[in-house]
Design a protein around this ligand. Structure first.
Ligand code: PGA
Length: 252
């Protein structure tokens, strides 16, 4: 499976800055053997769609969607519009949505199912807080979020799960390889046991070019969901290029 590198731009970049990023970035990743996913804020969807055109290895999606395509939902993003614009993906349940915007857990399964009904691939984000880790609840928390998020999913279709420990997001404190390995092994066996047939497991939380290789070498780490380090072409490229090195190492 090709490695997946996803850029979560959060509430950064104007449409013009988005176009400038791609002008620099795209020529450098032509031919790169990896799947690159971009999650711009809604105001840059159009700039992203136009910049990417029908790029082979770069696709895009939304950071959040509502689970109905239209109606009286002030301030929400329509997945119907997203799909009409040629996007392929959407994040569901990012910890900032869950924590800052108090998105309740039962919404996640509806968002996942709605995305799948539109042929969009959900990227379900799960992860424990520091308090939950310190009280040895990590596995129980991520299992609960995984099962809840996928409760109404069609498990024969493609699903991406991003393990993002809340304490590692935006803090500069990346999880240690043994911590990532333990949770990814656990999630992999849960997904297999649930009957998921086509899934990928990403790690997210303060990923920088420096530690990308160590984490990518772990079993069941299929790529990354990157926030801060995805904002500049050089740093995101520095992470994406590790894919070439890791697939070369496997081939040789
Ligand atoms: P970070 O963000 O890489 O800045 O920690 C990751 C994320 O929020 O998805």
């Amino acid at each position: 499976m090709k490695k997946i590198f996803a850029a979560n731009w959060k509430l950064h970049k104007t449409p013009q800055e988005t176009r400038e990023f791609f002008k620099v970035f795209l020529p450098q990743v032509r031919g790169l053997e990896a799947e690159l996913l971009f999650f711009p804020s809604a105001s840059s969807w159009e700039a992203t769609a136009e910049s990417l055109g029908n790029s082979e290895n770069c696709k895009w999606g939304a950071q959040n969607i509502w689970y109905q395509g239209q109606g009286a939902f002030t301030g929400e993003n329509s997945a119907l519009v997203l799909s009409g614009m040629g996007a392929g993906f959407a994040l569901v349940g990012h910890s900032e949505r869950r924590q800052l915007f108090a998105e309740p857990a039962p919404w996640m399964k509806q968002k996942v199912a709605y995305l799948q009904s539109l042929q969009l691939v959900p990227v379900l984000c799960i992860g424990e807080t520091l308090q939950e880790r310190d009280s040895h609840q990590t596995k129980a928390v991520v299992e609960g979020q995984l099962r809840e998020g996928l409760a109404d999913a069609d498990l024969s279709r493609r699903i991406i799960v991003a393990y993002e420990p809340v304490w590692a997001i935006g803090t500069g404190q990346v999880a240690r390889p043994d911590q990532v390995a333990e949770v990814h092994r656990f999630l992999y066996s849960l997904l297999k046991g649930m009957g998921a047939q086509n899934f990928a497991l990403l790690y997210g939380g303060s990923v920088k070019p420096d530690h990308a290789s160590d984490l990518l070498a772990l079993p069941h780490v299929d790529g990354f969901l990157v926030g801060g380090a995805s904002l500049e072409p050089v740093s995101f490229l520095g992470i994406c290029e590790k894919a070439e090195a890791s697939s070369r190492a496997i081939r040789d």
